[in-house]
Design a protein around this ligand. Sequence first.
Ligand code: NAD
Ligand code: LMR
Length: 342
Amino acid sequence: ALRASFASKAQNENQNIQYHLQPQASFKVAVLGAAGGIGQPLSLLIKMSPLISDLHLYDIANVKGVAADLSHCNTPSQVKDFTGASELANCLKGVNVVVIPAGVPRKPGMTRDDLFNINAGIVRDLVTAVADNCPGAFIHIISNPVNSTVPIAAEVLKQKGVYDPSKLFGVTTLDVVRANTFVAQKKNLKLIDVDVPVVGGHAGITILPLLSKTRPSVSFSDEEIEQLTVRIQNAGTEVVEAKAGAGSATLSMAYAAARFVESSLRALDGDGDVYESAFVQSNLTDLPFFASRVKLGRNGVETLIPSDLQGLTEYEQKALEALKPELKASIEKGIAFAQKQA
Ligand code: NAD
Ligand code: LMR
């Protein structure tokens, strides 16, 4: 009886192991900047996904150890490391989703735009390699300033003749994650239920939470609206100041980016009910790029959700008009940078 019990235990364990090792889907994901503050926890979180068969980690240094470490997790994806420009093409071949958190973060006193001079070139070069090696992939841009790096990426892809606006995303999920958290705390709501649309861009006043559109429906005093809006807009700076020179948000960003990756993979896998927010090419306003909720499908953005911008309160309408000049200037700065280099 004892032997039988051991045998059945071993069989169960084998089944468990097989379950863990057998991918349920086989998407390939690459993280560019994988050894960084965001890259490492992001790679860990997406290593848990049953939808990924191959996880490619790229950085200019220190990625071997990260990959060796992660590869011991008994989840389905196979981890491979790629170091430096000479290995970038191999990293990208056949990849379905490319996530880009490469670049420098802010220190206290800096704006995201202060990162432009370094990060613009990094994003240009990485997206050039994406265009050459996996032009059909979903591209998730995390590197700041997102309001400029996404237009840079679009221009590079256009220059290469492979631009598909439905597949290029500036990752603004963290703004929604923060808005949901802060509103739930303030109004004592169950976190799981709260959904606040956040539109515009990803810097200062260009981040516009539409609190009047919070689901479930909830009422705010004018003071609460002002306080919550400003906190959501400054949440990145809140973390930069708390880290006091050691960088910006990494853990909450990794959580948010992992959610966006998982949503993209579900959409690629045929789930017809996937909605996320992102900074994308858009016709919802007179600006060429704008963050809003989008419906994702196998080919990327299927539809934008225009209803979020309808019936805004006076406060929101004013804030929307106020953010446009700054967002327009950041978009144009990115486009000009990419066109000058062409
Ligand atoms: P980090 O310095 O900890 O990591 C960046 C990584 O990028 C490093 O490992 C570095 O080696 C790598 N890198 C630099 N140049 C590279 C290149 N040419 N190719 C590949 N990798 C390269 O920084 P972090 O905290 O991970 O932040 C990364 C970026 O993400 C910053 O620009 C930051 O502002 C941005 N960010 C965006 C959001 C958002 O909501 N979109 C949130 C947080 C941070
Ligand atoms: C954030 O919103 O946390 C990021 O954009 C990083 C930063 O510089 O604030």
